[in-house]
Write a protein that binds this ligand. Structure first.
Ligand SMILES: C[S@@+](CC[C@H](N)C(=O)[O-])C[C@H]1O[C@@H](n2cnc3c(N)ncnc32)[C@H](O)[C@@H]1O
Length: 386
């Protein structure tokens, strides 16, 4: 076995370990790494795997606990970095108390001062690759990919929606790694007690929640945004008539918003005094912030102000953003700003905010949309589809 192992090309075992760790949804024990590497690269003694791990830690691998490893460098991940590094950055856009940066979230976080963010409200790319350059090109050219036009039952034209049931096991593992890395980079920038609201999907929220908990954020609940989303997949494709009493999956009438908190220092009251964070702001003095928020799909008038593929409605966002700063003091961050709707909501409720958007087209769109969305008066009538 040793002989066979010695004949391998230089770096082959190290690369196989890296691949195995990059594909795993969670850190692995030495034994698990050994089994998986042996399965792809032929039998390798555990002692050799152990010495490769020791030799390359912390450069390539990180020790999570005794005998437990993960890949250490986020550049090992095939992260969605939709903008080519040569493309010039737009200058920051500022309006009122909001600032939007044309920036990639993980890189930007690396450069921020410690404990400078008091809350996060964000709607990240749920499946990651729907905002990759390839998928965005397909969306913009209306050539399909992960973006599908949901079936129309009432003659209205539907907006494209990403289909998450198409994600492969590898893409799901990458999703876990991305959100774990994001959580790890975010945490030092958060003040103790900072709340983190993350929009998700019923199909993927368990992965994102697990990754953020693994990064050390404290799970505080889940907000249910009551809204009907046109996820499609209700009836068997091309066999509606044959199976008239069948639903392929439940019709989605809610959207999960994961709620996490950076661990507090001492008691909540001390944390509130020192860091202005650690709790949620009540909608009224006599009413606690609740975890079910009636909402509706983003209305057509609002979508016209912010023509992004996944706009969240102001009526909902303003409630969440307001709750995110218990004393109304501090800065709300949206690292995946899209049309800038979180920044607009922050403007509308009088909070300071910072947003990041990596895609140049969406950055430009947001600069135009933020002031309009901030002034937008949500109504409760006239429904249009998300
Ligand atoms: C789901 S959309 C947010 C939509 C937003 N909630 C709205 O109402 O318009 C996610 C956004 O994150 C951006 N994005 C994806 N990966 C990013 C990254 N690594 N850094 C910064 N922005 C990123 C995408 O271009 C996309 O506009």
């Amino acid at each position: 076995m040793e002989k066979e192992y010695a004949r391998r090309a230089p770096g082959q075992v190290r690369d196989a370990i890296l691949k195995v760790l990059n594909e795993a949804p969670a850190p692995l024990s030495v034994m698990e790494i050994c089994d998986r590497v042996s399965a792809v690269a032929g039998p390798i003694p555990r002692s050799s795997i152990q010495s490769y791990l020791s030799l390359n830690t912390p450069r390539l691998f990180a020790r999570e606990a005794r005998g437990i490893y993960r890949s250490s460098n986020p550049s090992n991940l095939s992260l969605p970095l939709p903008r080519s590094p040569e493309e010039p950055l737009r200058p920051p856009f500022r309006i009122g108390r909001a600032t939007l940066f044309h920036a990639e979230a993980l890189r930007w976080l690396d450069e921020q001062p410690a404990r400078s963010v008091h809350a996060v409200v964000t709607d990240p790319p749920y499946g990651l690759h729907e905002y990759s350059p390839t998928q965005q090109k397909k969306l913009r050219e209306r050539r399909g990919g992960v973006w599908r036009i949901p079936p129309s039952f009432d003659g209205h034209r539907r907006s494209p929606l990403p289909r998450f049931t198409t994600l492969t096991t590898e893409q799901l593992a990458e999703l876990e790694r991305f959100f774990h890395e994001w959580g790890r980079k975010l945490r030092p920038r958060l003040v103790p007690g900072a709340h983190v609201f993350v929009a998700s999907s019923p199909l993927l929220s368990f992965i994102v929640a697990g990754a953020l908990a693994r990064a050390g954020l404290e799970r505080r609940g889940e907000i249910i945004r009551l809204t009907t989303t046109m996820r499609g997949g209700d009836r068997p494709k091309a066999a509606h008539a044959e199976f008239p009493e069948v639903s392929v999956m439940p019709r989605s009438n809610w959207e999960p918003w994961l709620l996490f908190r950076e661990p507090i220092e001492g008691r909540v009251q001390d944390n509130l005094r020192k860091w202005k964070a650690g709790a949620l702001r009540r909608p009224r003095k006599d009413k606690p912030f609740g975890d079910v928020i009636p909402s509706a799909p983003t209305r057509r008038a609002e979508r016209a102000l912010a023509p992004h593929p996944s706009p969240k409605p102001q009526a909902f966002l303003r409630q969440v953003v307001r709750a995110a700063l218990p004393l109304g003091e501090g800065t709300v961050l949206d690292p995946f700003a899209g049309s800038g709707s979180t920044l607009a909501a922050a403007e509308a409720v009088g909070y300071a905010s910072v947003g990041l958007e990596n895609d140049t087209e969406y950055f430009d769109l947001a600069c135009d949309a933020i002031p309009k969305l901030a002034r937008y008066a949500p109504t409760t009538t006239s429904r249009s589809r998300h």
